[in-house]
Design a protein around this ligand. Sequence first.
Ligand code: FAD
Length: 309
Amino acid sequence: MPVTDIFETRAAFSFEVFPPKTDAGMDKLCGAGGVLEQLYTLHPDYISCTYGAGGTNVGKNLEVLKKIQKDGCCTPVTHFTCVGNTKEGMRSQLQTYLDNGIDHVLALRGDLPFGWTGTGGDLHYATELVKFIRREFGDRFTIAVAGSPEGHIACRSLEADIAFLKQKQDNGADYIMTQLCWDMDQFRRWLDAIRAAGIWMPVDVGIMPVLDMAATINMALSRNGCVMPRELSRMISRHWVFPNPFDKEPFDAAAEEKKAAFKEEGIAYTIRQIDEYRACGIDGIHLYALNKYEDVARIAREAGLLDEI
Ligand code: FAD
């Protein structure tokens, strides 16, 4: 069933995984009793799989999605980007997804590899990719697009970013998957602003669980320029691992206890954030599962997401 049909009746609930680089990682994710099979037990509506810059992991991305499709427990959604892709290459990759029964795509510009200034491909923006997919494949794909509640890091203004989001809708996109955003006031302002701009697409909110201090800082600042609310900043300060959370061999004797305490508070923080999002009337919660089961299962359960289904 197209994910868009679910939004018509209730809020959706989904996970995001990434294609592991190693065979051992693939086995852990896709093997018998692996993370995907564990995630199915929570009955998500869909599981999406990321797509590496320049299609570097396209083989593994397809392998993960084929397994989800074959298992038949939920809808597979592939991420797809313009980075390093020619039109001919995109046509052929998208046809391969369809040939394998994968007909949901998150159409993105893509993260630019370090040092690149453009996509290095035939298309430059997600707006163009949405148009291309509709022109080449008609209605065969359900198309999701990214939305950035704080404005994309490179946008010239939030207004311009919203105008491009409207263009994605006009070009045929079906729903929005959001970039992580911890600033709830900003999220509410953005939601009002996109509706005022005539964007009616359902909004599926991307939630990055707060589990690890270094990963949380990294996700916020390496690419996305996200605002960290005072509560989250204070949590990080309270449990700071010295010399810093990125150091692989910290001299902090209490490092392990601090990490565990941070994770526990982070789970509670993530659950409260999901509550706030749901109170905004959003159309779905998309949890970045980070190829793990236990913590996201606990978050989904304690947040009451499993009752959605
Ligand atoms: P666009 O919408 O094209 O916007 C990029 C920038 O250009 C913005 O600043 C925008 O304001 C501006 N812009 C847009 N259209 C135009 C136009 N027509 N003219 C001028 N300026 C314009 N990246 C990956 O590489 N792989 C993944 O699997 C992946 N998964 C993601 C999943 C989610 C849920 C999200 C939210 C992001 C994901 N990303 C992924 C990251 C994404 O590729 C980056 O955020 C990227 O920098 C922008 O992608 P976009 O589709 O938002 O770009």
